[in-house]
Design a protein around this ligand. Structure first.
Ligand code: B4P
Length: 194
């Protein structure tokens, strides 16, 4: 299986690039942000809890996210591979993902780390906020999300460097240019594994 973790700060383009990767490589998509927003829309118990965290720019607690992911992963059995978009975001989540995949006889193939400067991230998210209706696309929440990213999520890069799976990609340019960079890395990685 080809299992890709797409990683980066809020607004780095994880969701945008995931759509293109899925089409090119025929992967299933798991976006924890999308799953949480669907739960919020349906008004489920998980959605109500998640909404409190998301609207403050905080991460939803690991236990809730890990249980949620295990359920979604089981629904993607028999696929060619999965793109994990916005997951893991903490070291415990990365460890849980490894365990879940190992139990299913597979592992993360590579991690793509999209690098974008902070000013550009803020501009993109404010721009998206004009039409997204998302409770977290406003300047105060964006600042909290960036702080949480630096303190809790960015250290994960080290985890994947140690695993030998970390690839930094410049996340600035046209969407197609960035996708070409990602595609090249994935193809290199697939060739190594053949
Ligand atoms: P996510 O839904 O994962 O959202 P994100 O980090 O804001 O966005 P992404 O990087 O995917 O940006 P996009 O492609 O849309 O998370 C939302 C919240 O859910 C989190 O803050 C957290 O509270 C919670 N959550 C999710 N997963 C969790 C987990 N595992 N653990 C705990 N909590 C979790 O791009 C952004 C904008 O930029 C778009 O408008 C896009 O059009 C634009 N853009 C993209 N590429 C561009 C380019 N090359 N040039 C110009 N603009 C571009």
């Amino acid at each position: 299986m080809l299992n890709v973790v797409i990683f980066g700060a809020p607004g780095s383009g994880k969701g945008t690039q995931s759509d293109l990767i899925i089409k090119e490589f025929g992967l299933e998509h798991i976006s924890t942000g999308d799953v949480l927003r669907a739960e919020i829309k349906e008004g489920t118990e998980l959605g109500k809890i998640a909404n409190d965290y998301i609207s403050k720019g905080q991460l939803v607690p690991d236990e809730l996210i890990i249980d949620m992911l295990a359920n979604v992963l089981d629904s993607k059995e028999n696929s060619k591979g999965v793109i994990f978009d916005g997951f893991p975001r903490t070291i415990p989540q990365a460890e849980a993902l490894k365990k879940m995949l190992n139990e299913r006889g597979t592992d993360v193939t590579l991690m793509i780390n999209l690098h974008v400067e902070e000013g550009e991230l803020i501009n993109r998210l404010l721009e998206r906020g004009k039409s997204s209706g998302r409770s977290d696309d406003n300047i105060d929440t964006i600042k909290s999300r960036l702080e949480v990213y630096h303190s809790q999520t960015a250290p994960l890069a080290e985890y994947y460097i140690k695993e030998g799976k970390h690839h930094t990609i410049k996340g600035v340019g046209t969407i197609e240019e960035i996708f070409e960079r990602i595609k090249e890395r994935i193809k290199e990685r697939i060739n190594i594994h053949l």
